[in-house]
Design a protein around this ligand. Structure first.
Ligand SMILES: NC(=O)c1ccc[n+]([C@@H]2O[C@H](COP(=O)([O-])OP(=O)(O)OC[C@H]3O[C@@H](n4cnc5c(N)ncnc54)[C@H](OP(=O)(O)O)[C@@H]3O)[C@@H](O)[C@H]2O)c1
Length: 289
């Protein structure tokens, strides 16, 4: 007998990743998606969460909600902690109340970037920004409060939706003759559509009793932000003089890791997925736009 249709709650569904789940939903007929965002399900409200979980049958929660403005976070510490940590604890409790699986998203910014080798799931975290710290606290909230949970750490998300580096580069090259981009921060850009698809594809193989397990997921390959900008304008056939600069020459409010490449061996081995190269993801994203 076929499994009944599973209900998946997507929080923060108007963000980059959430929108990609919306685009993919039609291709996953075994799932019924409940798309919510701040206006109809504010995860900082325990009452709203309790009410929502009372009124709806939920098998899986994919938490795409978050405070993601890394620099602004330095000035908005209380709100960032609330959204990225305390609210995540409340969501984890709500998921636990109906024994739903919670899939939570975290970040490469939990690392200090001092390594020169890809970070595994067991590498020690040491965030250097308010955002990174709040995301690490959010991971702990998931581990403590959800009865069934996985944490997916990802990096450098971009998509046709919302605000991201790729869209900033595309708009700036149309206005400016030259653009300074840092070349001493190295990581991997991740097309949000590839991440969303990977999450949906690993769900059927998720062990029933999984709790607090961390998996890294980014696209394959490695580059600096400078290389990424170069690939964006090259793929689009645009011209702009790109000037490689050091991070210290472009002061930002938040400190970012110099190296944050994620080792994806674990997710590939456990779930048997293949991960596209970041250049391939970029090409598909630009085509979609
Ligand atoms: N962006 C990256 O480069 C990156 C890298 C690594 C990991 N991640 C993680 O991946 C996840 C998804 O990121 P993303 O880029 O898709 O983020 P995003 O585009 O900023 O989307 C986040 C969504 O959450 C919503 N939200 C904020 N506060 C909320 C609340 N209290 N209740 C419900 N929804 C709320 C936002 O609404 P408003 O816009 O109206 O506030 C927005 O729609 C996040 O956990 C993020 O930390 C992101």
């Amino acid at each position: 007998m076929r499994d009944p249709v599973k209900n998946i709650l997507i929080t923060g569904s108007k963000g980059q990743l959430g929108r990609e789940f919306q685009d993919l939903a039609a291709g996953y007929s075994d799932y019924r998606f409940l798309f919510t965002d701040k206006e109809n399900l504010d995860i900082t409200s325990a009452d709203a969460l309790a009410e929502y979980f009372r009124q709806n049958t939920i098998d899986t929660v994919i938490n795409c909600a978050g405070y993601t403005s890394v620099d602004a976070a330095e000035e908005n510490v209380d709100l960032v902690k609330m959204v990225n940590a305390r609210a995540v604890g409340q969501l984890a409790e709500a998921a636990a109340s109906v024994n739903a699986l919670l899939v939570h998203l975290s970040t490469d910014y939990v690392f200090d970037g001092q390594s020169s080798r890809p970070y595994t799931e067991s590498s020690p975290a040491n965030p250097r920004s308010v955002y990174g710290k709040s995301k690490l606290d959010g991971e702990l909230e998931v581990i403590l409060n959800a009865t069934r949970s996985v944490i997916i750490r990802t990096s450098w998300l971009y998509s046709p939706y919302g605000q991201n580096f790729m869209k900033t580069v595309l708009s700036k090259v149309k206005q400016e003759k030259s653009l300074k981009v840092v070349f001493d921060q190295v990581g991997t850009p991740t097309y949000a559509a590839d991440l969303a698809k990977a999450i949906l594809d690993i769900l059927p193989g998720m062990p029933a009793k999984i709790r607090g397990e961390i998996f890294n997921y980014s696209n394959e390959g490695v580059c600096s932000w400078y290389d990424f900008a170069h690939a964006i304008i090259e793929t689009e056939g645009l011209y702009c003089k790109l000037v490689p600069v050091l991070s210290k020459e472009l002061q930002t409010a938040a400190s970012r890791p110099h190296y944050s490449v994620l080792d994806k061996s674990r997710i590939k081995k456990v779930f048997g997925i293949e991960i596209p190269h970041w250049r391939d993801g970029l090409r598909r994203c630009l085509e979609k736009m």
